[in-house]
Design a binder for this molecule. Sequence first.
Ligand SMILES: Nc1ncnc2c1ncn2[C@@H]1O[C@H](COP(=O)(O)OP(=O)(O)OP(=O)(O)O)[C@@H](O)[C@H]1O
Ligand code: SF4
Ligand SMILES: [Mg+2]
Length: 364
Amino acid sequence: MEEMTSEEVKKKIEENEEQPVLSVQDLHTSFFTDKGEVKAVNGVSFNLHKGKILGVVGESGSGKSVTAYSIMQILAETGRVTGGKILYRGDDILKWDKKKMESFRGEKCSIIFQDPMTSLNPVFTVGWQLNEALMLHTEKYKKKDAATARSVELLRMVGVNEPESRIKQYPFELSGGMRQRVMIAMALACEPDILIADEPTTALDVTIQAQILELMKDLQKKLGMAIILVTHDLGVIASMCDEIIVMYGGRVCERGTADDIFYRPCHEYTKGLLRSIPNVDNMKEKLVPIAGTPINLLSMPKGCAFCTRCDNALKICLEQVPPEMQMPDGHYASCWLNVKKEAEKEGLLKPEKEKTAAQEGKGT
Ligand SMILES: Nc1ncnc2c1ncn2[C@@H]1O[C@H](COP(=O)(O)OP(=O)(O)OP(=O)(O)O)[C@@H](O)[C@H]1O
Ligand code: SF4
Ligand SMILES: [Mg+2]
């Protein structure tokens, strides 16, 4: 093999560092039910970089969990990824066999679910379950004593008090907040590169919610992993995320930093979402829920998924899926209004008012 110059080596290292840990590209996932194909995810793309937190926001049914489960390959039996790529450090996991996928789930990527009781086994003690994860997936903690010591250490790290006695307890003996901490400890047991937290705090009360999110942020800083934080509550995660993607109808409507999304939203769904949650700008105003019912994924609109609920929908919105466009501040949104605005700016289209006036003129 030809020797590389130090410049080339440096370039290679830089390239590697820039490579996302996870790159989801044009992901499509469907469920094949008796009623037909439910297109739950319809072309989702995003990159996740080392040590970064990506927030995934959207209302119930927008495809957040299905995206997460597609990455983990833990979809229900009727579910299948029908298109796209999921690259882990450049390697498409969709091409991996079962064994490689199992080790990915155990060692590289972990998930925390909304309800810890669904993933903690009620008939085994907390310590047994933590030991099992460690002994199965790590070399360092293969022996029981080493695993137990590590389990205690992990519980202490996630803020569980008296971890030595906690490991002997069963999940039902712990409070909701404690159980979620145990789940986080389990997810961190193998020091994964990627942690997916699917609504990790929704079932908890507000104070505990804040504590758990703070804990995740601290651990992320300490351990340097990348996190995908899934939530329907934009307000809760805004301060934590390096990047946020807003989903609707299994598609990404908008992606950018928390500031982009909060202060410069460029998609009508994001704007609606912001009007429906309390924030510093609308404290004195009445919160406005987004009118209309969520879309039926069995019969997706031909154009923009949000068109049936959008007050500003154009004709083209009903017919064609809006392309993703970069906004002047650098973030991205997929809404025909932006395309129209740009065309008006470039003189390709007359501004709406003039056009209407001209049309009126023609009619008289
Ligand atoms: N096993 C399944 N069979 C059929 N459809 C499914 C299945 N699982 C999910 N779906 C559908 O896929 C769509 C996306 O679901 P998903 O669970 O990803 O939503 P979500 O954004 O996570 O919502 P929530 O905030 O309620 O968790 C929903 O319309 C849901 O009904
Ligand atoms: S593309 Fe059209 S329907 Fe969709 S959000 Fe934008 S204006 Fe509304
Ligand atoms: Mg979900």
